[in-house]
Design a protein around this ligand. Structure first.
Ligand code: LAN
Length: 747
C-alpha cells in the first residue's frame, strides 16, 4: 500500500463522492461541488511526484484494486470481536463475519459502497475532446492523473484496447493518442512514438470505427465527409416505422440523438495549431489527400466485431444521397426537436444523463447551442465529475455514474440470506435507508413525447438523481425490501417502504414484460430483431433494440414470486401469468448443454446462477411444470460441475462473452466460483463435496483483513466491451458463503 494516498480525504454528500487531498500540507480540493477547482497552482515537481505515485503495472492485472478508496475507508479498521460469537462457530461463519466486517467499512454514510466502475477505454477520450473543443480546461492535477491512467493502461504492443483487458484496437489507440496529445504529451515521447507506430502499421486513423470517426470529426482531425450519415431527419419519420429511433435500445437512442445533432450541423472545434499537428500524425497519407468518402466504410480489422451488413450499406447509400439534397426546413425542424429532447433528458436526469457517452455528446450540443458560459453547459460540466473515479492506476471515467443501488441490493441479500443481520444490523439499516431514498417516486414529465417508459416505483442502477428505472434493479429492489422486512434488523417504525409503495414496482415490473415472456433492460422491446442489421457501430453486438435477457427475466420473476408469496391480494392473477410466461422464456433460452449465455456478467456462470435461481424460486408454484423445471435445473448443474477446476474453483475468461462459448480463464476466479456455488446450493445439488471444495477455495483466497483480491474483469455490455464491478469480489463470496450457511448450518 502506498502512503501517498493517505493524503487523500473522501467525503460523501448527496449520494455522490467528493475527493480532496493534501499535498505538502496544502489542501487541494478536487471534484467538490462547492469548489470545482484547485486552490493553489501546482508546481511541476509536485505533479511529477503525483505521477510517480500512480505507477501501475498492467502486466500483472489490468484491473486495479481500488486501493485508494479502500485504504481511506479502512483507516480506522478494527477486527470483529470474535468473542461475541458462539465457541463452535464454523470456519464458514468466521470467514463470512470477517468478509462482512471488512465490507462494512466500505459502506458510506448514505448506505452505498462507492467503488470503481471503470473498464471501457473509449469514455475518457470523450471527456478530453469535449473539454478541449469547449475550452473547458482540465485543471491540474486531474490532467496529470488522466494522462497517467492512459499511460498505465497501454498494452505491451503500444496500443490500447476497447477495454482494459482487450487487445489493441484502432478505436482505443487513436482515441488515447489524441487525448494524450490534447493533454500536452509530446509527440516524440516514447509512449507516443510506439502508439503512432501501432496506428500507422495498422492502416492509420481512417480505419477507426464510426464512433471514433465521430469524435475525431468534432475535434477537427477527421472530416465529416468521411462519416456515414447520422441524419437528424430520421426523428421526423412516422413512428410506426421499425427504424424510427424511438424504438431503439435507450442507450443507442440516447447516443445517436446528439450525434445526429452534431452531424446535422457538422459541429467542429477551433482549428488550433495542435489540431493541425495531430492531422499530420495519425494517417498513412497526407491529410489533404485522403479520400474521405472511401474512408467512411473503412474499419480496422482488429476492431471489427460486427461486419456492416448489406442492408446497412444500402441505408448508408440512401442517407448520403439525402445529405446532398437535404431540405433546410426539415433539418431545422429535426434539429430543434433533438435539442428539446436533449434538454428533457437533462432535466429528467438532473444533468447526469443516461450514460457517459451521451453525457459528453450532449455537453457538446449544449455548448454548441448555448455557449461555454451558459448555465446549461455549466450544469453539464458539474456532472462530468460524477463519472470520474480515482484508483491506483489513475483518474478514469466510469461506465455509469456509479453502481450504488445495485451494490446495495446485492449486499443486503448477501447479508440476510445467511442471517448475518444480527451481526451487522447497522449495515442493513443504512442499506435499507438508501433503497428507500433512491426508489423512483414519479414518472418523468412529458413521458410520452420523449418515449419514456413509466418509472414510478422502479429502482435505478445508481441513484434516484439519475432516475432511469431498470427492470432487474426494480425487481431486486422489491425482493430485497421484502427480504429485509422479514428479518428483525428493522423496528416496525423503521419500515418506511410501505406495502403501498411496493404496489408501484409491481405495476412497473409487470408493464416491463415483453411479448416473448422475458424482460429487457430499461424498456419493452420496441422493434423487430432484424433491426440489428442496421447496427452501425462495428464494435458492439446487439445494441439496436432492448432484447429480453435471462438475467433481467430471472430477477423480475424472483421479485414477483417473492411478492406473490408474501401478499396475495394484489394483481395475483397477472403476477402468476407473468411468472409463468417468464419461466417459459427462461426455458427457451437454455442451451442443449444446460447452460445460459450471460449478457451483463462474465458469463455463463453468471447467467446460470440467474437461470437456476429463477427455476428454483418458482418450481413449487402450482402453475409451474415442476418436473420440467427440475430437469432443467439438473442439466444446468451438470454443466457447471463439468467446468469445475481441480482447485475447487470456477474461472471464466471474458472471451466467453465475445465468442459466446464457455472459455476457461487461466486460473479459478473468486467471482465465477461464487456464482457457480450459489447456483449449485440453490439447486440443492446432491454431491456436497463439489460445493465444499468450492467454498474451501473461496475461503483460501480470503485475505487476513477479510477482503478478497481483485482478479479478472467480471462485467460486460453489448458482447464485446467489459466493465469492472469492484464490489463483486466482496459481495459474491459473502453471499455464496451465506447461502451455504443457511442451507447446511442453520442455527
Ligand atoms: C449497464 C450496467 C447495469 C446493467 C445491469 C443492471 C447489471 C443489467 O442487468 C441490465 C443492463 C445494465 C443496466 C447496463 C446496460 C449497459 C450499460 C448502461 C451498463 C453495462 C453500464 C455501461 C453500459 C453503457 C451502455 C455504456 C456506454 C456504452 C454505449 C455502447 C452507449
Amino acid at each position: 500500500m502506498n502512503d501517498f494516498w493517505n493524503l487523500f480525504d473522501v467525503t460523501t454528500h448527496d449520494g455522490k463522492h467528493h475527493w480532496s487531498f493534501n499535498f505538502n500540507g496544502k489542501k487541494i480540493a478536487i471534484f467538490s461541488k462547492e469548489n470545482n477547482s484547485v486552490t493553489e497552482p501546482l508546481l511541476h515537481s509536485q505533479l511529477e511526484s503525483i505521477r510517480n505515485n500512480f505507477i501501475y503495472d498492467k502486466s500483472k492485472n489490468a484491473n486495479s484494486s481500488d486501493l485508494i478508496v479502500r485504504q481511506l475507508y479502512t483507516k480506522n479498521f478494527k477486527e470483529f470481536d470474535l468473542n461475541t460469537l458462539p465457541k463452535n462457530a464454523s470456519k464458514e461463519l468466521l470467514a463470512n463475519i470477517k468478509g462482512l466486517n471488512y465490507f462494512s467499512y466500505l459502506q458510506c454514510d448514505e448506505g452505498h459502497f462507492p467503488n470503481d466502475y471503470g473498464g471501457p477505454m473509449f469514455l475518457l477520450p470523450g471527456l478530453v475532446i469535449t473539454s478541449y473543443i469547449s475550452k473547458t480546461y482540465i485543471q491540474e492535477p486531474f490532467k496529470t492523473l488522466i494522462a497517467q491512467y492512459m499511460r498505465n493502461q497501454v498494452n505491451s504492443d503500444g496500443g490500447w484496447g476497447l477495454h482494459i483487458e482487450g487487445h489493441s484496437t484502432m478505436f482505443g489507440t487513436v482515441l488515447q493518442y489524441v487525448s494524450l496529445r490534447l493533454l500536452g504529451e509530446d509527440k516524440d515521447a516514447p509512449l507516443m512514438q510506439n502508439a503512432r507506430k501501432w496506428i500507422l502499421e495498422n492502416g492509420g486513423a481512417t480505419g477507426i470505427p464510426s464512433w471514433g470517426k465521430f469524435y475525431l470529426s468534432v475535434l477537427g482531425v477527421y472530416e465529416w465527409e468521411g462519416c456515414n450519415s447520422v441524419f437528424p431527419e430520421i426523428w421526423l419519420l412516422p413512428k410506426w416505422l421499425p427504424i424510427h429511433p424511438w424504438r431503439y435500445w435507450c442507450h443507442a437512442r440516447m447516443v445517436y440523438l446528439p450525434m445526429a445533432y452534431c452531424y446535422g450541423l457538422k459541429v467542429k472545434g477551433e482549428e488550433t495549431t495542435l489540431v493541425k499537428e495531430i492531422r499530420n500524425e495519425i494517417y498513412t497519407e497526407e491529410y489533404n489527400k485522403i479520400n474521405w468518402s472511401s474512408a467512411r466504410n473503412s474499419c480496422c480489422e482488429k476492431d471489427v466485431f460486427r461486419k456492416s451488413t448489406s442492408l446497412m450499406k444500402l441505408m448508408n447509400k440512401l442517407t448520403s444521397f439525402y445529405e446532398k439534397i437535404r431540405i433546410p426546413f426539415l433539418r431545422k425542424k429535426a434539429r430543434d426537436y433533438i435539442l428539446s429532447y436533449i434538454q428533457a433528458e437533462d432535466i429528467h436526469t438532473n444533468y447526469i444523463n443516461i450514460g457517459p457517452v451521451n453525457q459528453m455528446i450532449n455537453s457538446i450540443c449544449i455548448w454548441h447551442k448555448y455557449g461555454r458560459e451558459s448555465d446549461f453547459f455549466q450544469k453539464h460540466i458539474d456532472r462530468w465529475q460524477d463519472y470520474l473515479w480515482l484508483a491506483e492506476d489513475g483518474l478514469k471515467m466510469q461506465g455509469y455514474n456509479g453502481s450504488h443501488l445495485w451494490d446495495v441490493v446485492f449486499c443486503m441479500q448477501a447479508i440476510t440470506e445467511g442471517g448475518m443481520e444480527k451481526y451487522f444490523p447497522e449495515m442493513v439499516k443504512k442499506g435499507y435507508h438508501f433503497m428507500d431514498k433512491h426508489q423512483i417516486k414519479n414518472n418523468v414529465d412529458e413521458k410520452i413525447r420523449f418515449f419514456r417508459h413509466q418509472s414510478k416505483g422502479g429502482w435505478p442502477f445508481s441513484t434516484v438523481f439519475h432516475g432511469w428505472p431498470i427492470t432487474d434493479c426494480s425487481a431486486e429492489g422489491l425482493k430485497t425490501t421484502l427480504m429485509i422486512e422479514e428479518t428483525d434488523a428493522l423496528l416496525d417504525t423503521e419500515k418506511t417502504i410501505t406495502l403501498k409503495r411496493l404496489y408501484d414496482p409491481i405495476n412497473t415490473i409487470l408493464s416491463f414484460q415483453n411479448k416473448d415472456g422475458g424482460w429487457a433492460s430499461y424498456e419493452n422491446t420496441r422493434a423487430p430483431k432484424w433491426m440489428e442489421l442496421l447496427n452501425p457501430s462495428e464494435i458492439f453486438g446487439e445494441i439496436m433494440i432492448d432484447y429480453s435477457y435471462v438475467e433481467c427475466t430471472s430477477a423480475s420473476i424472483q421479485g414477483l414470486s417473492k411478492f406473490y408469496n408474501t401478499e396475495k391480494n394484489y394483481r395475483t392473477t397477472e403476477i402468476s401469468t407473468a411468472i409463468k410466461n417468464g419461466i417459459d422464456f427462461i426455458y427457451s433460452q437454455q442451451r442443449e448443454d444446460g447452460s445460459w449465455y450471460g449478457c451483463w456478467g462474465v458469463c455463463f456462470t453468471y447467467a446460470i446462477w440467474f437461470g437456476i435461481d429463477a427455476l428454483v424460486a418458482t418450481k413449487d408454484l402450482d402453475f409451474i411444470d415442476k418436473d420440467k423445471s427440475v430437469a432443467n435445473i439438473n442439466k444446468a448443474c451438470s454443466f457447471l460441475v463439468s467446468k469445475q477446476n481441480i482447485d475447487g474453483g470456477w474461472g471464466e475468461s471474458y472471451q466467453s462473452c465475445v465468442t459466446m462459448e464457455y472459455v476457461q480463464h487461466e486460473s479459478s476466479q473468486i467471482i465465477n466460483t461464487a456464482w457457480a456455488l450459489m447456483a449449485l446450493i440453490q439447486a440443492d445439488f446432491q454431491d456436497i463435496s463439489v460445493i465444499q471444495k468450492g467454498i474451501d477455495f473461496l475461503i483460501s483466497k480470503q485475505e487476513p483483513n477479510g477482503d478478497w483480491p481483485q482478479e479478472g474483469i467480471s462485467g460486460v455490455f453489448n458482447k464485446n466491451c467489459m466493465e469492472t464491478y469492484t464490489s463483486y469480489r466482496n459481495v459474491f463470496p459473502i453471499w455464496a458463503i451465506s447461502r451455504y450457511i443457511a442451507k447446511y448450518q442453520k442455527q
